[in-house]
Design a protein. Structure first.
Length: 565
Protein backbone atom coordinates (compact mmCIF):
# COMPACT_ATOMS: atom_id res chain seq x y z
CA UNK A 1 0.00 0.00 0.00
CA UNK A 2 2.97 2.28 -0.29
CA UNK A 3 3.04 5.34 -2.41
CA UNK A 4 5.70 6.23 -4.93
CA UNK A 5 7.84 9.17 -4.07
CA UNK A 6 6.60 9.34 -0.47
CA UNK A 7 8.61 9.49 2.73
CA UNK A 8 10.57 6.60 4.20
CA UNK A 9 7.51 5.30 6.06
CA UNK A 10 5.62 4.74 2.83
CA UNK A 11 8.15 2.09 1.78
CA UNK A 12 8.14 0.22 5.11
CA UNK A 13 6.55 -3.25 5.21
CA UNK A 14 5.74 -5.72 7.99
CA UNK A 15 8.94 -7.70 7.39
CA UNK A 16 10.65 -6.37 10.54
CA UNK A 17 7.77 -7.61 12.72
CA UNK A 18 8.45 -11.22 11.71
CA UNK A 19 12.22 -10.88 11.44
CA UNK A 20 14.15 -13.46 13.47
CA UNK A 21 17.07 -11.07 13.89
CA UNK A 22 14.87 -8.57 15.76
CA UNK A 23 13.51 -11.39 17.95
CA UNK A 24 17.02 -12.62 18.74
CA UNK A 25 18.23 -9.15 19.66
CA UNK A 26 15.29 -7.81 21.66
CA UNK A 27 13.61 -10.90 23.12
CA UNK A 28 16.50 -13.35 23.58
CA UNK A 29 19.14 -10.62 24.06
CA UNK A 30 21.58 -12.25 21.65
CA UNK A 31 24.40 -10.31 20.06
CA UNK A 32 24.67 -9.65 16.36
CA UNK A 33 26.76 -12.74 15.70
CA UNK A 34 24.83 -15.14 17.99
CA UNK A 35 21.90 -17.32 17.02
CA UNK A 36 19.57 -19.87 18.61
CA UNK A 37 21.47 -22.85 17.23
CA UNK A 38 24.50 -21.78 19.22
CA UNK A 39 22.34 -21.66 22.37
CA UNK A 40 21.11 -25.19 21.69
CA UNK A 41 24.62 -26.46 21.09
CA UNK A 42 25.93 -24.93 24.32
CA UNK A 43 22.94 -26.29 26.25
CA UNK A 44 23.39 -29.73 24.70
CA UNK A 45 26.99 -29.82 25.91
CA UNK A 46 25.89 -28.98 29.45
CA UNK A 47 23.12 -31.58 29.30
CA UNK A 48 25.53 -34.25 28.09
CA UNK A 49 27.86 -33.49 30.98
CA UNK A 50 24.90 -33.84 33.36
CA UNK A 51 24.12 -37.29 31.93
CA UNK A 52 21.05 -36.37 29.88
CA UNK A 53 21.06 -38.28 26.62
CA UNK A 54 17.57 -37.67 25.22
CA UNK A 55 18.00 -34.11 23.97
CA UNK A 56 15.53 -34.27 21.09
CA UNK A 57 12.48 -34.08 23.33
CA UNK A 58 13.77 -30.75 24.64
CA UNK A 59 15.64 -29.05 21.80
CA UNK A 60 13.53 -30.42 18.94
CA UNK A 61 9.92 -30.17 20.20
CA UNK A 62 7.27 -31.69 18.00
CA UNK A 63 5.70 -29.42 15.38
CA UNK A 64 2.45 -30.35 13.58
CA UNK A 65 3.84 -30.07 10.07
CA UNK A 66 6.88 -32.26 10.70
CA UNK A 67 4.99 -34.81 12.78
CA UNK A 68 2.31 -35.13 10.14
CA UNK A 69 4.88 -35.67 7.43
CA UNK A 70 6.81 -38.20 9.50
CA UNK A 71 3.84 -40.02 11.01
CA UNK A 72 4.25 -42.92 8.58
CA UNK A 73 8.02 -43.13 9.07
CA UNK A 74 8.30 -43.56 12.84
CA UNK A 75 9.37 -46.80 14.43
CA UNK A 76 6.31 -46.68 16.67
CA UNK A 77 3.92 -46.45 13.72
CA UNK A 78 1.31 -49.18 13.30
CA UNK A 79 2.82 -49.82 9.88
CA UNK A 80 6.36 -50.12 11.18
CA UNK A 81 6.60 -53.77 10.16
CA UNK A 82 6.33 -52.74 6.52
CA UNK A 83 8.52 -49.64 6.62
CA UNK A 84 12.26 -49.39 6.26
CA UNK A 85 14.42 -47.71 8.86
CA UNK A 86 16.71 -46.23 6.29
CA UNK A 87 16.27 -47.22 2.65
CA UNK A 88 19.04 -45.97 0.40
CA UNK A 89 17.20 -46.82 -2.81
CA UNK A 90 13.47 -46.18 -2.80
CA UNK A 91 12.68 -45.73 0.91
CA UNK A 92 10.77 -49.00 0.68
CA UNK A 93 11.39 -52.12 2.75
CA UNK A 94 14.51 -53.03 0.81
CA UNK A 95 17.05 -52.49 3.56
CA UNK A 96 14.85 -53.96 6.26
CA UNK A 97 14.14 -57.06 4.23
CA UNK A 98 17.80 -57.45 3.35
CA UNK A 99 18.94 -57.07 6.93
CA UNK A 100 16.28 -59.43 8.22
CA UNK A 101 17.86 -62.21 6.14
CA UNK A 102 21.22 -61.63 7.81
CA UNK A 103 22.44 -63.12 11.06
CA UNK A 104 21.61 -61.17 14.18
CA UNK A 105 25.27 -61.15 15.10
CA UNK A 106 26.42 -59.83 11.71
CA UNK A 107 27.21 -56.16 11.69
CA UNK A 108 25.61 -54.35 8.75
CA UNK A 109 28.43 -51.99 8.10
CA UNK A 110 28.39 -52.33 4.32
CA UNK A 111 24.66 -51.69 4.02
CA UNK A 112 24.80 -48.44 5.95
CA UNK A 113 28.16 -47.29 4.65
CA UNK A 114 28.22 -43.60 3.61
CA UNK A 115 29.71 -44.67 0.27
CA UNK A 116 26.40 -46.35 -0.64
CA UNK A 117 24.20 -43.58 0.71
CA UNK A 118 21.96 -41.48 -1.48
CA UNK A 119 20.73 -37.99 -0.57
CA UNK A 120 17.87 -38.11 1.89
CA UNK A 121 14.73 -35.98 1.72
CA UNK A 122 15.44 -32.55 3.19
CA UNK A 123 13.86 -31.74 6.50
CA UNK A 124 13.60 -28.20 7.83
CA UNK A 125 16.84 -26.30 8.38
CA UNK A 126 16.35 -26.24 12.16
CA UNK A 127 16.01 -30.03 12.35
CA UNK A 128 19.00 -30.52 10.07
CA UNK A 129 21.16 -28.37 12.29
CA UNK A 130 19.83 -30.05 15.42
CA UNK A 131 20.70 -33.44 13.93
CA UNK A 132 24.26 -32.28 13.31
CA UNK A 133 24.58 -30.72 16.76
CA UNK A 134 22.99 -33.55 18.70
CA UNK A 135 24.67 -36.38 16.81
CA UNK A 136 27.83 -35.89 18.81
CA UNK A 137 25.91 -36.18 22.08
CA UNK A 138 24.18 -39.49 21.35
CA UNK A 139 25.20 -42.62 23.28
CA UNK A 140 27.83 -44.71 21.55
CA UNK A 141 25.83 -47.93 21.77
CA UNK A 142 22.64 -48.44 19.86
CA UNK A 143 19.62 -46.22 19.47
CA UNK A 144 16.85 -45.18 21.80
CA UNK A 145 13.22 -45.27 20.77
CA UNK A 146 10.04 -44.10 22.41
CA UNK A 147 6.34 -44.15 21.69
CA UNK A 148 6.61 -40.68 20.21
CA UNK A 149 9.68 -41.24 18.09
CA UNK A 150 8.78 -38.68 15.45
CA UNK A 151 8.75 -35.76 17.86
CA UNK A 152 11.71 -36.89 19.96
CA UNK A 153 14.27 -37.72 17.34
CA UNK A 154 13.09 -35.47 14.53
CA UNK A 155 13.97 -38.01 11.84
CA UNK A 156 14.44 -41.76 11.55
CA UNK A 157 16.95 -41.16 8.84
CA UNK A 158 19.24 -39.01 10.97
CA UNK A 159 19.20 -41.64 13.75
CA UNK A 160 20.19 -44.51 11.49
CA UNK A 161 22.70 -42.50 9.51
CA UNK A 162 24.41 -41.61 12.80
CA UNK A 163 25.36 -45.24 13.44
CA UNK A 164 29.17 -45.66 13.53
CA UNK A 165 30.75 -47.47 10.62
CA UNK A 166 33.83 -48.98 12.32
CA UNK A 167 33.54 -52.48 13.76
CA UNK A 168 31.93 -52.30 17.16
CA UNK A 169 32.92 -54.29 20.24
CA UNK A 170 30.96 -57.41 20.92
CA UNK A 171 28.71 -55.93 23.58
CA UNK A 172 27.89 -52.92 21.42
CA UNK A 173 27.11 -55.24 18.53
CA UNK A 174 24.54 -56.91 20.74
CA UNK A 175 22.89 -53.55 21.37
CA UNK A 176 22.93 -52.74 17.70
CA UNK A 177 21.30 -55.98 16.60
CA UNK A 178 18.84 -55.61 19.43
CA UNK A 179 17.42 -52.66 17.57
CA UNK A 180 15.50 -55.07 15.34
CA UNK A 181 13.73 -56.61 18.31
CA UNK A 182 11.13 -53.87 17.99
CA UNK A 183 9.85 -55.63 14.86
CA UNK A 184 9.37 -58.91 16.72
CA UNK A 185 6.40 -59.86 18.80
CA UNK A 186 6.50 -58.43 22.29
CA UNK A 187 8.11 -60.95 24.57
CA UNK A 188 6.81 -59.61 27.88
CA UNK A 189 4.75 -61.73 30.23
CA UNK A 190 1.76 -59.42 29.95
CA UNK A 191 -1.20 -61.26 28.41
CA UNK A 192 -3.16 -58.16 27.47
CA UNK A 193 -3.11 -57.66 23.67
CA UNK A 194 -1.91 -54.05 23.66
CA UNK A 195 1.26 -52.36 22.53
CA UNK A 196 3.74 -51.74 25.33
CA UNK A 197 6.15 -48.86 25.11
CA UNK A 198 9.66 -49.27 26.48
CA UNK A 199 10.59 -45.61 26.14
CA UNK A 200 12.51 -44.34 29.08
CA UNK A 201 11.71 -40.68 28.40
CA UNK A 202 7.94 -40.62 28.11
CA UNK A 203 5.52 -38.48 30.08
CA UNK A 204 3.36 -41.59 30.52
CA UNK A 205 4.31 -42.97 33.95
CA UNK A 206 6.81 -45.80 33.83
CA UNK A 207 5.56 -48.93 35.56
CA UNK A 208 7.60 -51.29 37.70
CA UNK A 209 7.75 -53.74 34.80
CA UNK A 210 9.42 -51.08 32.65
CA UNK A 211 6.46 -50.43 30.36
CA UNK A 212 4.94 -47.01 29.65
CA UNK A 213 1.23 -47.29 28.83
CA UNK A 214 -0.92 -44.86 26.92
CA UNK A 215 -4.42 -44.06 28.17
CA UNK A 216 -5.88 -46.41 25.58
CA UNK A 217 -3.63 -49.23 26.77
CA UNK A 218 -4.50 -48.54 30.42
CA UNK A 219 -8.19 -48.74 29.56
CA UNK A 220 -7.71 -52.10 27.86
CA UNK A 221 -5.94 -53.45 30.97
CA UNK A 222 -8.83 -52.25 33.15
CA UNK A 223 -11.46 -53.81 30.87
CA UNK A 224 -9.57 -57.11 30.82
CA UNK A 225 -9.44 -57.16 34.61
CA UNK A 226 -13.16 -56.42 34.93
CA UNK A 227 -14.14 -59.02 32.34
CA UNK A 228 -11.92 -61.75 33.79
CA UNK A 229 -14.35 -62.39 36.64
CA UNK A 230 -11.48 -63.38 38.93
CA UNK A 231 -11.63 -60.24 41.07
CA UNK A 232 -8.05 -59.31 40.26
CA UNK A 233 -6.88 -55.74 39.96
CA UNK A 234 -5.82 -54.26 36.61
CA UNK A 235 -2.19 -55.18 36.11
CA UNK A 236 0.62 -55.21 33.60
CA UNK A 237 3.00 -58.19 33.52
CA UNK A 238 1.44 -59.39 36.78
CA UNK A 239 2.12 -56.15 38.64
CA UNK A 240 -0.94 -54.06 39.65
CA UNK A 241 -1.35 -50.67 38.06
CA UNK A 242 -0.89 -47.81 40.56
CA UNK A 243 -3.86 -45.69 41.53
CA UNK A 244 -2.28 -42.59 39.97
CA UNK A 245 -2.24 -44.40 36.62
CA UNK A 246 -5.84 -45.58 36.92
CA UNK A 247 -7.02 -42.05 37.77
CA UNK A 248 -6.01 -40.90 34.29
CA UNK A 249 -8.72 -42.99 32.57
CA UNK A 250 -11.33 -43.89 35.23
CA UNK A 251 -14.10 -41.85 36.75
CA UNK A 252 -14.47 -41.71 40.53
CA UNK A 253 -17.27 -44.28 40.36
CA UNK A 254 -15.23 -46.69 38.27
CA UNK A 255 -12.18 -46.13 40.45
CA UNK A 256 -14.18 -46.93 43.58
CA UNK A 257 -15.36 -50.17 41.95
CA UNK A 258 -11.85 -51.20 40.98
CA UNK A 259 -10.41 -50.09 44.33
CA UNK A 260 -12.37 -52.84 46.11
CA UNK A 261 -10.16 -55.39 44.39
CA UNK A 262 -6.94 -56.46 46.09
CA UNK A 263 -3.42 -55.36 45.22
CA UNK A 264 -4.21 -51.80 44.10
CA UNK A 265 -0.89 -50.01 44.30
CA UNK A 266 -1.05 -46.55 45.87
CA UNK A 267 2.55 -45.55 45.36
CA UNK A 268 3.13 -42.57 43.07
CA UNK A 269 4.80 -43.08 39.72
CA UNK A 270 7.71 -40.88 38.80
CA UNK A 271 7.54 -39.05 35.52
CA UNK A 272 11.23 -38.23 35.50
CA UNK A 273 13.01 -37.24 32.32
CA UNK A 274 9.71 -36.43 30.71
CA UNK A 275 9.50 -35.99 26.97
CA UNK A 276 6.30 -36.41 24.94
CA UNK A 277 3.96 -39.35 25.43
CA UNK A 278 1.50 -40.53 22.81
CA UNK A 279 -1.53 -38.86 24.36
CA UNK A 280 0.31 -35.71 25.35
CA UNK A 281 1.75 -35.32 21.87
CA UNK A 282 -1.73 -35.67 20.42
CA UNK A 283 -3.20 -33.21 22.90
CA UNK A 284 -0.46 -30.66 22.46
CA UNK A 285 -0.60 -30.69 18.66
CA UNK A 286 -3.57 -28.34 18.71
CA UNK A 287 -2.54 -25.02 20.27
CA UNK A 288 -4.57 -23.22 22.89
CA UNK A 289 -6.76 -20.42 21.62
CA UNK A 290 -6.73 -17.26 23.70
CA UNK A 291 -8.47 -13.92 23.58
CA UNK A 292 -6.52 -11.41 21.58
CA UNK A 293 -6.68 -7.97 20.05
CA UNK A 294 -9.37 -7.48 17.36
CA UNK A 295 -10.56 -11.06 17.85
CA UNK A 296 -7.38 -12.59 16.44
CA UNK A 297 -6.53 -16.00 17.90
CA UNK A 298 -3.03 -16.55 19.22
CA UNK A 299 -2.14 -20.20 19.87
CA UNK A 300 0.11 -20.54 22.86
CA UNK A 301 2.82 -23.17 23.10
CA UNK A 302 1.58 -26.26 24.95
CA UNK A 303 3.05 -26.90 28.33
CA UNK A 304 5.46 -29.75 28.85
CA UNK A 305 3.30 -30.78 31.82
CA UNK A 306 0.41 -33.23 31.75
CA UNK A 307 -2.29 -33.21 34.41
CA UNK A 308 -0.62 -36.04 36.32
CA UNK A 309 2.78 -34.38 36.31
CA UNK A 310 1.25 -31.04 37.25
CA UNK A 311 -0.18 -32.66 40.37
CA UNK A 312 3.29 -33.91 41.22
CA UNK A 313 4.72 -30.39 41.37
CA UNK A 314 3.13 -29.92 44.77
CA UNK A 315 5.15 -32.88 46.09
CA UNK A 316 8.53 -31.27 45.36
CA UNK A 317 10.33 -30.95 48.72
CA UNK A 318 10.55 -27.52 50.32
CA UNK A 319 14.31 -27.82 50.48
CA UNK A 320 14.33 -27.80 46.68
CA UNK A 321 11.97 -24.86 46.40
CA UNK A 322 13.99 -22.92 48.95
CA UNK A 323 17.28 -23.61 47.21
CA UNK A 324 19.01 -20.38 46.24
CA UNK A 325 20.18 -21.68 42.87
CA UNK A 326 16.70 -22.98 42.05
CA UNK A 327 15.12 -19.65 42.93
CA UNK A 328 17.66 -17.86 40.78
CA UNK A 329 17.03 -20.22 37.86
CA UNK A 330 13.28 -19.82 38.10
CA UNK A 331 13.58 -16.03 38.41
CA UNK A 332 15.75 -16.01 35.29
CA UNK A 333 13.13 -18.09 33.49
CA UNK A 334 10.33 -15.76 34.56
CA UNK A 335 12.36 -12.73 33.47
CA UNK A 336 12.91 -14.19 30.01
CA UNK A 337 9.26 -15.22 29.71
CA UNK A 338 8.14 -11.69 30.61
CA UNK A 339 10.65 -10.13 28.22
CA UNK A 340 9.49 -12.37 25.37
CA UNK A 341 5.84 -11.66 26.19
CA UNK A 342 6.57 -7.92 26.13
CA UNK A 343 8.24 -8.32 22.74
CA UNK A 344 5.22 -10.26 21.50
CA UNK A 345 3.02 -7.39 22.64
CA UNK A 346 5.23 -4.96 20.73
CA UNK A 347 4.86 -7.12 17.64
CA UNK A 348 1.09 -7.03 17.91
CA UNK A 349 0.99 -3.29 18.52
CA UNK A 350 3.32 -2.71 15.57
CA UNK A 351 1.19 -4.88 13.30
CA UNK A 352 -2.00 -3.15 14.44
CA UNK A 353 -0.42 0.30 13.94
CA UNK A 354 0.69 -0.63 10.45
CA UNK A 355 -2.77 -1.94 9.61
CA UNK A 356 -4.50 1.20 10.89
CA UNK A 357 -2.05 3.37 9.00
CA UNK A 358 -2.70 1.52 5.75
CA UNK A 359 -6.47 1.81 6.25
CA UNK A 360 -6.19 5.52 7.04
CA UNK A 361 -4.32 6.11 3.80
CA UNK A 362 -6.84 4.35 1.60
CA UNK A 363 -9.53 7.13 1.60
CA UNK A 364 -7.03 9.87 0.76
CA UNK A 365 -5.49 7.70 -1.94
CA UNK A 366 -8.96 7.03 -3.32
CA UNK A 367 -9.95 10.70 -3.35
CA UNK A 368 -6.69 11.65 -4.98
CA UNK A 369 -7.06 8.98 -7.66
CA UNK A 370 -10.68 9.99 -8.22
CA UNK A 371 -9.81 13.67 -8.64
CA UNK A 372 -7.06 12.80 -11.08
CA UNK A 373 -9.43 10.57 -13.04
CA UNK A 374 -12.12 13.28 -13.25
CA UNK A 375 -9.52 15.77 -14.41
CA UNK A 376 -8.32 13.32 -17.03
CA UNK A 377 -11.88 12.73 -18.16
CA UNK A 378 -12.41 16.45 -18.69
CA UNK A 379 -9.23 16.64 -20.73
CA UNK A 380 -10.34 13.66 -22.79
CA UNK A 381 -13.72 15.29 -23.53
CA UNK A 382 -12.06 18.55 -24.45
CA UNK A 383 -9.71 16.76 -26.79
CA UNK A 384 -12.61 14.83 -28.30
CA UNK A 385 -14.52 18.03 -28.93
CA UNK A 386 -11.51 19.57 -30.63
CA UNK A 387 -11.17 16.55 -32.88
CA UNK A 388 -14.85 16.72 -33.78
CA UNK A 389 -14.64 20.41 -34.66
CA UNK A 390 -11.60 19.77 -36.79
CA UNK A 391 -13.39 16.93 -38.59
CA UNK A 392 -16.43 19.15 -39.25
CA UNK A 393 -14.21 21.97 -40.50
CA UNK A 394 -12.41 19.62 -42.86
CA UNK A 395 -15.74 18.38 -44.20
CA UNK A 396 -17.00 21.92 -44.79
CA UNK A 397 -13.84 22.83 -46.66
CA UNK A 398 -14.17 19.72 -48.79
CA UNK A 399 -17.80 20.52 -49.55
CA UNK A 400 -16.95 24.11 -50.49
CA UNK A 401 -14.30 22.90 -52.94
CA UNK A 402 -16.74 20.42 -54.39
CA UNK A 403 -19.35 23.18 -54.82
CA UNK A 404 -16.86 25.46 -56.58
CA UNK A 405 -15.85 22.67 -58.95
CA UNK A 406 -19.48 21.93 -59.78
CA UNK A 407 -20.18 25.62 -60.52
CA UNK A 408 -17.12 25.84 -62.78
CA UNK A 409 -18.16 22.81 -64.82
CA UNK A 410 -21.72 24.10 -65.11
CA UNK A 411 -20.56 27.55 -66.28
CA UNK A 412 -18.19 26.06 -68.88
CA UNK A 413 -20.91 23.73 -70.24
CA UNK A 414 -23.45 26.55 -70.49
CA UNK A 415 -20.95 28.69 -72.46
CA UNK A 416 -20.21 25.82 -74.81
CA UNK A 417 -23.85 25.08 -75.51
CA UNK A 418 -24.79 28.80 -76.04
CA UNK A 419 -22.01 29.42 -78.60
CA UNK A 420 -23.53 29.41 -82.14
CA UNK A 421 -20.20 28.64 -83.64
CA UNK A 422 -20.09 25.28 -81.91
CA UNK A 423 -21.73 22.18 -83.29
CA UNK A 424 -23.82 21.39 -80.20
CA UNK A 425 -25.25 17.93 -80.11
CA UNK A 426 -28.12 16.50 -78.10
CA UNK A 427 -25.63 14.66 -75.93
CA UNK A 428 -24.05 17.97 -74.90
CA UNK A 429 -27.40 19.41 -73.93
CA UNK A 430 -28.13 16.31 -71.80
CA UNK A 431 -24.79 16.70 -70.02
CA UNK A 432 -25.58 20.36 -69.34
CA UNK A 433 -28.90 19.39 -67.78
CA UNK A 434 -27.15 16.86 -65.51
CA UNK A 435 -24.55 19.42 -64.40
CA UNK A 436 -27.27 21.89 -63.57
CA UNK A 437 -29.22 19.25 -61.55
CA UNK A 438 -26.16 18.16 -59.57
CA UNK A 439 -25.25 21.73 -58.77
CA UNK A 440 -28.75 22.37 -57.48
CA UNK A 441 -28.78 19.26 -55.22
CA UNK A 442 -25.23 19.64 -53.89
CA UNK A 443 -26.05 21.98 -50.94
CA UNK A 444 -28.65 19.54 -49.60
CA UNK A 445 -26.19 16.65 -49.89
CA UNK A 446 -23.57 18.64 -48.01
CA UNK A 447 -26.02 19.51 -45.27
CA UNK A 448 -26.94 15.85 -44.86
CA UNK A 449 -23.27 14.88 -44.59
CA UNK A 450 -22.74 17.50 -41.88
CA UNK A 451 -25.73 16.13 -39.95
CA UNK A 452 -24.40 12.56 -40.18
CA UNK A 453 -20.98 13.69 -38.94
CA UNK A 454 -22.44 15.58 -36.02
CA UNK A 455 -24.68 12.63 -35.09
CA UNK A 456 -21.69 10.29 -35.07
CA UNK A 457 -19.75 12.74 -32.93
CA UNK A 458 -22.57 13.02 -30.41
CA UNK A 459 -22.76 9.24 -30.21
CA UNK A 460 -19.01 9.03 -29.60
CA UNK A 461 -19.25 11.70 -26.91
CA UNK A 462 -22.09 9.84 -25.18
CA UNK A 463 -20.14 6.59 -25.33
CA UNK A 464 -17.09 8.32 -23.87
CA UNK A 465 -19.13 9.81 -21.00
CA UNK A 466 -20.60 6.39 -20.21
CA UNK A 467 -17.16 4.85 -20.18
CA UNK A 468 -15.87 7.54 -17.82
CA UNK A 469 -18.80 6.94 -15.49
CA UNK A 470 -18.01 3.21 -15.42
CA UNK A 471 -14.39 4.01 -14.66
CA UNK A 472 -15.44 6.09 -11.65
CA UNK A 473 -17.71 3.29 -10.43
CA UNK A 474 -14.85 0.81 -10.87
CA UNK A 475 -12.58 3.11 -8.88
CA UNK A 476 -15.07 3.14 -5.99
CA UNK A 477 -15.36 -0.65 -6.17
CA UNK A 478 -11.57 -0.98 -6.11
CA UNK A 479 -11.49 1.22 -3.03
CA UNK A 480 -13.91 -1.05 -1.18
CA UNK A 481 -12.04 -4.13 -2.39
CA UNK A 482 -8.74 -2.68 -1.18
CA UNK A 483 -10.24 -2.22 2.28
CA UNK A 484 -11.46 -5.82 2.32
CA UNK A 485 -8.08 -7.04 1.06
CA UNK A 486 -6.29 -5.12 3.79
CA UNK A 487 -8.58 -6.56 6.46
CA UNK A 488 -7.96 -10.06 5.12
CA UNK A 489 -4.21 -9.40 4.96
CA UNK A 490 -4.28 -8.15 8.55
CA UNK A 491 -6.11 -11.26 9.76
CA UNK A 492 -3.63 -13.44 7.89
CA UNK A 493 -0.68 -11.58 9.41
CA UNK A 494 -2.21 -11.84 12.89
CA UNK A 495 -2.68 -15.60 12.48
CA UNK A 496 0.86 -15.91 11.17
CA UNK A 497 2.14 -13.95 14.16
CA UNK A 498 0.14 -16.16 16.53
CA UNK A 499 1.66 -19.30 15.03
CA UNK A 500 5.12 -17.75 15.22
CA UNK A 501 4.60 -16.85 18.88
CA UNK A 502 3.45 -20.40 19.67
CA UNK A 503 6.43 -21.92 17.87
CA UNK A 504 8.93 -19.65 19.59
CA UNK A 505 7.38 -20.22 23.01
CA UNK A 506 7.56 -23.96 22.51
CA UNK A 507 11.25 -23.71 21.61
CA UNK A 508 12.03 -21.51 24.62
CA UNK A 509 10.01 -23.79 26.93
CA UNK A 510 12.00 -26.78 25.69
CA UNK A 511 15.27 -25.05 26.54
CA UNK A 512 14.09 -24.22 30.04
CA UNK A 513 12.83 -27.76 30.58
CA UNK A 514 16.34 -28.94 29.74
CA UNK A 515 17.93 -26.31 31.99
CA UNK A 516 15.75 -27.39 34.91
CA UNK A 517 16.53 -31.04 34.21
CA UNK A 518 20.26 -30.24 34.23
CA UNK A 519 19.84 -28.48 37.57
CA UNK A 520 17.86 -31.45 38.91
CA UNK A 521 20.60 -33.90 37.93
CA UNK A 522 23.26 -31.72 39.51
CA UNK A 523 21.21 -31.28 42.69
CA UNK A 524 20.53 -35.00 43.01
CA UNK A 525 24.18 -35.81 42.48
CA UNK A 526 25.29 -33.21 45.01
CA UNK A 527 22.65 -33.87 47.69
CA UNK A 528 22.46 -37.66 47.17
CA UNK A 529 18.66 -37.55 47.08
CA UNK A 530 16.06 -38.07 44.37
CA UNK A 531 13.53 -35.38 43.43
CA UNK A 532 10.14 -36.83 42.54
CA UNK A 533 7.83 -34.94 40.23
CA UNK A 534 8.31 -32.09 37.83
CA UNK A 535 10.02 -28.96 39.06
CA UNK A 536 7.68 -25.94 39.09
CA UNK A 537 8.25 -23.48 36.26
CA UNK A 538 7.25 -19.93 35.52
CA UNK A 539 4.03 -19.61 33.53
CA UNK A 540 3.53 -18.03 30.13
CA UNK A 541 0.84 -15.42 29.82
CA UNK A 542 -2.00 -16.91 27.78
CA UNK A 543 -2.24 -13.78 25.61
CA UNK A 544 0.72 -11.81 24.37
CA UNK A 545 0.94 -8.68 26.47
CA UNK A 546 -0.57 -5.57 24.88
CA UNK A 547 0.00 -3.22 27.80
CA UNK A 548 2.97 -1.06 28.57
CA UNK A 549 4.98 1.31 26.47
CA UNK A 550 7.12 0.12 23.60
CA UNK A 551 10.84 0.70 23.95
CA UNK A 552 11.66 3.73 21.77
CA UNK A 553 14.97 2.07 20.89
CA UNK A 554 13.18 -0.99 19.56
CA UNK A 555 13.28 -1.73 15.86
CA UNK A 556 9.48 -1.97 16.02
CA UNK A 557 9.04 1.54 17.44
CA UNK A 558 9.08 2.95 13.91
CA UNK A 559 5.62 1.45 13.35
CA UNK A 560 4.16 3.68 16.05
CA UNK A 561 5.06 6.65 13.85
CA UNK A 562 2.33 5.48 11.51
CA UNK A 563 -0.31 6.57 14.00
CA UNK A 564 1.18 10.06 14.15
CA UNK A 565 1.76 10.29 10.40
Amino acid sequence: MSETGGDDLSNLTTAAIFDDAVYHTEALRLTEFQHEDALDEHLALAAREAGIEDLYSYLCPKTPDISAAMSTMTVSSVHRSSLSIHSHDTQSTGVTSHLSRMSKDTFYKDQLSPAHSLPLPRMSSSLEYSDLVLQRFRPAGGLRYSSSNASRSGSIFSDVSSLPTPTLPKQKRTKTTGMFSMFRRNSSTCSTPVRHNHAGKSLSPRLDCGHSLSKHAIRIHVDDALESGKGVAPNCCGKPLPRSVLETVLTQKELAKVATRPNIAASPISARDSGWSEDDAANSSSPTDSDSLLGASFPIAPSFTTSNVAQKEAQVPDVVLANKDFKSLRAEEETEFNRIAAFEGSQRKALLAYHQWVLSRLPSQHEKAKAEMIKQHALDLERLEELQLMAEQDLLETQAGELRGSATKLKWMEGYCSNPAQNVKEEDRTKLANYRLVHQKLPAIHESAISVLRGRQEKNTKRRLEKQKQELVKLDQDFEQNKRDEEARFRKDMNRLGELIASRRKTVSGRWELKFEIWRRQFEKREKRRIEGRLPHAQWSQVASEKGEMDPESALAVYLQFLAA
